[in-house]
Design a protein. Structure first.
Length: 600
């Protein structure tokens, strides 16, 4: 038998709005694993079940002996008390005699499993139906078979982009923890686990009456109830409000570490009925004379002022590292306790259309865009990443990093959610267009902002061409957008092999892309090979490429076990030379930007 002395799971601090209700169940976890009417899969997963003093979604539970509800009812009393909400911690599994329809999924969607009955002090009762995959779910479920009203006991939590070293077999089902690809979502929600418990909150329809006892009445199948909590929250505790931001000022002698712990929690600041999404040092931009400062100016930072992004219930409290508690609703009062100051940042909830046009013609122009609020918080368009990936393979969204200064590329049109008050905007478009830095006062009447830009230099009209001859990690569509926004006329997008990594080789065989997209763009996108190990044969490049090809010289980096020399397919040494007429070979790995100009 496996060891059942497990540590209790706590996904954050407990809310003072709730208290655990004592439930003396019918079986221990050891007895549950040996029960003749449970499946082998469940018995194997029991050691991973929650037990002890647990906190789920900020609600405290005391889990000892669970209630195995099967073919009978179970009553228990907790004394008379007036409560608004009751939270149930449990899960369900169906008997083997039930046929699971593929349309209803694991747990038989909508099947009436039990009734929960509130017994009031005056003798009256209130009955609530419990249906599978509504108020309770299966301890194991497939993707897409979540509950409609209940949530898994582990609340959503942030996920760092870069985890530790992982060395696992392909399709290793025993490996736990998020993969590199999953980390790009920056979120853990209903993460894979051997055991899932579910949390459901029942609102007392008669909060003026004292609840004397609870009764669980079996209807069909099997349920396991692990715990119950009672509370007086003002609304559904599992439904959080929209994400917001606050500015946390810490004493100068303290340092703030934004790193996540093993459970993806930010130890310096947490929330009970909610979650801290991110915490980062405040960026210091010039506010006075913003329009006269230069573009792409990297901001300063301060580690005593932290921008905290969070999503929380209206009754949630912040829990700071020194034990201080600050109610979310009190942020409007600029709370100050124990030298910690936490004040709200204006919510970005005003949807605005942004248009960037050519002065005098009203024609939309692709540009690089940066917008931030009064405390330096980056404000991205609604279809761009708020926290872009600064590393390799960042082509999920066309973003640009200049140190801590974030920008994104747009086609000239964008929808962006802005806070009320002053916002700071920066627009650039390569070397020929005059950069724009402006401030705007956003009100509830602000629906659209139009910014006109104009050329300061006319190199293209005089026969000059801007080119970037060494581009990696971009899709052709993103390369064309970023190139157009940077004023780059020729982009040399490289296909290469780095170790086991094949980059963009399929584009030489799928030249339809440029044939479909080419007429709509003003620049030229070259596809070229790079001198890593085993590049494409020269004759194949020349035959299939839709435009002139370039070959940039770099050190070979082939597969493990291959020699270092770059070879052609026929075995002869590959001759490294630039085949694009008059182009400039560079050796940096960067997104499209002006690397040089040549006379046409």
């Amino acid at each position: 038998m496996k060891d059942f002395n497990m540590s209790a799971y706590r996904d954050g601090p407990a809310s003072s709005m709730f208290r655990p209700v004592s439930v003396e169940g019918t079986v221990s976890l050891e007895e549950l694993a040996r029960h003749p009417q449970v499946s082998a899969e469940l018995a194997k997963a029991v050691p991973f079940a929650h037990s002890g003093s647990c906190v789920a979604w900020g609600i405290p539970f005391e889990i000892g002996r669970p209630v195995l509800l099967r073919s009978y009812s179970y009553d228990f009393a907790d004394g008379s008390s007036v409560v608004r909400l009751l939270a149930y911690f449990g899960y369900t599994f169906a008997c083997c005699r039930f046929v699971v329809s593929p349309m209803r999924g694991s747990g038989q969607l909508g099947e009436h499993a039990a009734d929960y009955v509130l017994i009031y002090e005056d003798g009256s009762e209130q009955r609530t139906e419990i249906r599978r995959r509504h108020q309770v779910g299966s301890f194991q479920f497939r993707w897409g078979e979540q509950c409609l009203q209940a949530v898994t006991a582990k609340k959503p939590r942030p996920l760092s982009l870069n985890g530790g070293h992982q060395s696992t077999l392909i399709n290793d089902t025993t490996a736990h923890g998020p993969t590199w690809g999953e980390r790009q979502t920056q979120l853990l929600f209903e993460e894979p686990a051997p055991w899932h418990s579910f949390l459901w909150a029942l609102e007392n329809p008669h909060p003026e009456k004292a609840v004397k006892a609870l009764r669980f009445e079996h209807v069909c199948g099997t349920l396991i109830i692990f715990g119950v909590a009672a509370g007086n929250a003002h609304s559904m505790p599992l439904r959080w409000e929209k994400r917001k931001k606050a500015l946390l000022r810490v004493p100068p002698e303290l340092s703030f570490g934004p790193a996540l712990d093993d459970d993806s929690r930010l130890n310096p600041v947490q929330i009970d009925l909610g979650q801290v999404i991110s915490a980062s040092p405040r960026l210091i931009y010039p506010t006075e004379g913003w329009e006269k400062t230069r573009q792409n100016l990297e901001p300063g930072t301060t580690f005593n002022e932290v921008v905290v992004e969070y999503a929380a219930h209206e009754d949630a409290e912040f829990h700071l590292a020194d034990g201080t508690r600050i109610a979310v609703r009190d942020l409007e009062k600029h709370t100050s306790q124990n030298d910690f100051i936490l004040e709200p940042i204006a919510a970005a909830d005003q949807r605005v259309i942004l248009r960037v046009v050519e002065a005098g013609t009203n024609k939309l122009l692709p540009v690089k865009l940066h917008v931030h609020g009064k405390v330096g918080e980056y404000l991205a368009p609604v279809d761009r990443m708020r926290n872009p990936n600064p590393g390799w393979f960042e082509n999920y969204s066309p973003d640009f990093f200049h140190g801590n200064h974030l920008s994104t590329y747009i086609s000239g049109f964008a929808m962006i959610d802005l806070p009320l008050g002053e916002i700071f905007l920066e627009i650039t478009k390569g070397f020929e267009v005059k950069p724009v830095r402006k401030t705007f006062e956003i009100t509830r009447e602000t629906k659209q902002i139009t910014v006109g830009i104009e050329k300061a230099l006319h190199w293209r009209e005089r026969g000059w061409v801007a080119a970037d001859t060494h581009v990696h990690f971009l899709s052709p569509a993103t390369a064309m957008l970023e190139g157009a926004a940077e004023g780059v006329n020729v982009i040399n997008l490289l296909a290469s092999q780095w170790g086991e990594l094949m980059r963009r080789l399929i584009l030489f065989r799928e030249s339809w892309f440029l044939r479909e997209q080419g007429p709509a763009v003003s620049g030229i996108l070259h596809h070229a090979t790079e001198s890593k190990a085993l590049p494409l044969p020269e004759r194949q490049c020349a035959k299939n490429a839709p435009s002139k090809m370039g070959c940039s010289a770099c050190a070979p980096s082939g597969r493990n076990g291959h020699g270092g020399a770059a070879l052609r397919a026929d075995g002869r040494t590959w001759s490294v030379r630039n085949r694009a007429a008059r182009s400039i070979t560079t050796r940096g790995y960067r997104k499209p930007a002006i690397q040089g100009c040549e006379r046409r």
